[in-house]
Design a protein around this ligand. Structure first.
Ligand code: NDP
Length: 290
């Protein structure tokens, strides 16, 4: 059966989310006579990071969140970063704190991320939030503040839901087991009632597994790695990959092939990418509601 897949338009869906957020942020700002604030910590001159930060600042402007970018020198010491984060943790005008990754090699990412107040951790990377997600909690049992889920996985779930297909009972296959995409999205799909298989570089006979996937989430980082014959007819395919090649951006899925087989499929660019930023804004609003 060769059905032509319906494109899941991440740009459109994220715009809808941002439109709704703008109203909510406005209400919040009016009610509290203050503006929701997001602090972004950017260390060094990484080109891609600078683009990501610019996009995040632009998105904040669009919904009425005030952004504060802290551009730090590549050679800054761990102590100096620590004192900045502590200051931001205590600043009542800052509702969310984002540490743009990757950090320069001399800074230990895990240690730095652990310094962020979990209730301001809008990337959802703090161990407190990771544990909350693992336990399926929405509110922290200890602090009564919302558990903040990581942005890309949350965006993926929104895209799956946008298809209108039922999710419960589906076989979801996630390729990739990173802490920022693969593992958390697998936990979220499990919470939604999917039977979840997680694959990675050591998985044997990957095609035999992907061909069983009603929902296939691909987060590997290899250009067009998933061919059409690895996709189950009628499935939902979410391509997380961002692979730059000769000035163009490609996903992890061969879109033209998979589109002939899947029922719903995300493009790259214009799929998961825009959702990640929308979810960051959503988390910042959530963090302000504590
Ligand atoms: P990581 O490099 O951290 O993880 C990649 C995963 O893919 C690993 O678990 C690895 O397995 C697995 N993998 C590698 N090769 C194979 C293979 N041949 N077969 C099966 N599995 C394999 O990447 P991230 O999770 O951070 O990101 C994945 C992709 O998503 C990247 O392209 C990244 O740019 C993109 N991305 C996009 C975002 C967006 O907003 N759209 C946000 C975040 C990421 P193992 O663990 O065994 O090494």
């Amino acid at each position: 059966m060769n059905t032509k897949g319906i494109i899941i338009d991440g740009k459109l869906i994220s715009q809808k989310i941002k439109d709704e957020l703008r109203l909510k942020v406005q209400q919040h700002n009016n009610k509290h006579d203050t503006q929701i604030g997001l602090a972004v910590v950017l260390v060094g001159e990484n080109q891609a990071s600078q683009v990501y930060v610019r996009n995040k600042v632009k998105a904040c402007d669009q919904v009425g969140i005030k952004s504060f970018v802290h551009k730090l020198d590549e050679t800054i010491s761990a102590d100096e970063v620590t004192s900045l984060i502590k200051e931001l943790n205590n600043n009542p005008n800052i509702n969310g704190i984002l540490i743009q990754l990757p950090l320069p090699k001399h800074l230990n990412e895990d240690k730095i991320l652990a310094l962020v107040d979990p209730s301001k951790d809008v990337d959802g990377f703090h161990i407190h939030n990771a544990a909350g997600l693992f336990l399926g909690h929405h509110i922290s049992q200890s602090t009564q503040t919302p558990i903040l889920y990581p942005c890309t996985p949350s965006g993926i779930i929104e895209l799956v839901k946008s298809t209108g297909e039922s999710i419960e009972g589906k076989h979801a296959v996630v390729i990739g087991r990173s802490n920022i995409v693969g593992k958390p999205v697998a936990m979220m799909l499990l919470s939604l009632g999917c039977t979840v298989t997680i694959c990675h570089s050591k998985t044997k006979d990957l095609p035999s597994i992907t061909k069983q996937a009603d929902i296939l989430v691909v987060a590997i980082g290899r250009k067009e790695f998933i061919s059409g014959d690895m996709v189950k007819p009628g499935s939902i395919v979410i391509d997380v990959g961002i692979n730059r090649h000769e000035g163009k951006i490609y996903g992890d899925v061969n879109f033209d092939q998979a589109k002939q087989i899947a029922k719903h499929i995300t493009p790259v660019p214009g799929g998961v990418g825009p959702m990640t930023i929308a979810m960051l804004l959503s988390n910042t609003l959530k963090a302000s509601e504590k």
